[in-house]
Design a protein around this ligand. Structure first.
Ligand code: HEM
Length: 203
């Protein structure tokens, strides 16, 4: 083991990351079929797969939240505005001049300040929006049992859910683009597969 390598992502972390990626992409794929954007699986099949995947994702999240808290890794998501300006300058200008990143990763602080803010937006805004509207959508037939039909409209819930889906799509696209900004286009992907990051990624 060389000192030039740091162990960033533990085994469970890599497992939840890739399973979540596959599940979220599948949610986007089936969700936009339900929305009517294209016709590939058929509406009914898309709804069945979308619902099944939602429950799988919910189970994965339950385990992952437990893991984040028992390992203390949740502290990695606490936001900071220190160096955010430097990161914005880096991603918009300096990166194209092959300048070094202003942020040095360590296993205790593995997300740069901009990443922290982006993940917080996903955790605190996009996910609650998608899950809240998704569960309401799923249990539409029980709204009257809880008196919710007086306050909610299916169109409104569908619109919120679709808005959340677009935000998730934008996040996935930006996230995949940023994975290519390591010392080689696939360096960050390799790190998320093996857990190890090479020191060259700092340059
Ligand atoms: C990354 C996560 C997700 C994405 C990208 C996504 C996307 C979408 C989209 C685009 C639609 C079509 C909306 C419309 O046109 O009315 C949809 C429908 C739906 N989604 Fe999601 N969704 C996600 C997560 C969830 C979750 C977590 C649940 C439930 C807990 C859920 C439940 C539903 C239901 C019940 C429908 C309506 C299906 C029907 O028409 O019967 N979704 N989703």
């Amino acid at each position: 083991m060389s000192a030039d390598r740091i162990y960033l992502y533990k085994r469970y972390e890599r497992f939840w990351h890739w399973s979540q990626a596959v599940l979220v992409i599948f949610m986007l794929f089936t969700g936009f079929e339900v929305h009517g954007t294209y016709h590939l699986l058929g509406f009914k099949t898309a709804v069945v797969y979308h619902t099944l995947t939602a429950w799988t994702l919910l189970t994965l999240w339950a385990f992952t939240i437990f893991w984040q808290f028992t390992t203390g890794e949740w502290t990695q998501y606490i936001p900071t505005i220190k160096k955010v300006d430097a990161m914005i300058r880096y991603y918009s200008i300096d990166i194209f001049k092959h300048a070094p990143s202003p942020y040095k990763k360590t296993s205790a602080k593995k997300h740069n300040p901009l990443q922290r803010l982006a993940y917080l937006a996903v955790l605190a805004m996009i996910s609650p929006l998608i899950w809240g509207s998704g569960l309401l959508y799923l249990f539409f037939s029980s709204w009257s049992d809880f008196g919710l039909d007086k306050y909610l409209s299916l169109e409104g819930v569908a619109m919120l859910h679709t808005a959340g889906a677009y935000m998730m799509l934008v996040f996935v696209i930006a996230h995949v683009y940023l994975t290519t900004t390591g010392h080689t286009p696939l360096a960050h992907i390799k790190t998320m597969i093996t857990g190890w990051e090479d020191a060259e990624d700092e340059h």
